[in-house]
Design a protein around this ligand. Structure first.
Ligand SMILES: Cc1cc2nc3c(=O)[nH]c(=O)nc-3n(C[C@H](O)[C@H](O)[C@H](O)COP(=O)(O)OP(=O)(O)OC[C@H]3O[C@@H](n4cnc5c(N)ncnc54)[C@H](O)[C@@H]3O)c2cc1C
Length: 148
């Protein structure tokens, strides 16, 4: 196959990553082409996704990427004039006791990257991670910032 147009960026794969990169780059004025092996976009992992977006990850790059995405989904209608179907219903994570220390370390990381801004205010600050008065039973944590 020969590509006869000149582009600034050539993206391989029209899943959510390729498509969103193409969108963001073209918004910044770059000429972008996307090559997709399948007959239509989003036929790989993207079509199988449950469509949840959450910040409950253990690595900075994933936390920040998700947080920025959530900002876009939250304001999708205003930004793009379409309803993305975003529903901020949260995630309930069940954490086995032996994973709790590691889990709480990742929660602190999420809070550090300002991902759970309302956390200490909800339910009087009780059921929430990282709050000094957190009295919820080990292993049951409600975390703001996870949505569908
Ligand atoms: C069952 C399931 C549920 C999930 N639920 C969630 C969820 O709730 N929330 C969440 O955040 N994540 C979820 N995920 C993960 C999420 O779906 C993936 O992380 C995400 O879709 C990956 O997107 P991608 O664009 O990187 O890859 P893909 O969507 O796989 O896109 C890659 C594209 O590249 C194309 N391609 C590959 N090689 C070439 C080539 N050489 N030339 C041209 N095209 C090529 C493929 O055809 C494909 O279209 C889930 C995954 C699965 C499987």
């Amino acid at each position: 196959m020969s590509l006869k147009v000149k582009v600034d960026a050539l993206i391989i794969g029209a899943g959510i990553m390729g498509a969103s990169c193409a969108f963001q780059l073209s918004k910044r004025g770059l000429r972008v082409a996307v090559l997709e092996a399948q007959i239509s976009p989003a036929m790989g992992s993207t079509v199988r996704s449950t469509a949840g977006v959450r910040v409950q990850f253990t690595e900075e790059v994933n936390i920040r990427l998700s947080w920025e995405s959530i900002q876009e989904y939250q304001h999708f209608q205003d930004l793009y004039g379409e309803d993305a179907g975003y529903r901020p219903i949260g995630y309930l994570l069940l954490v086995p006791p032996e994973r709790l220390v590691v889990h709480m370390a990742s929660v602190r990381l999420q809070q550090y990257y300002f991902c759970l801004p309302e956390a200490s205010k909800r339910k009087g600050g009780r059921d929430l991670p990282g709050n000094p008065s957190d009295e919820s039973p080990p292993g049951r944590k409600f975390l703001a910032g996870g949505n569908f």
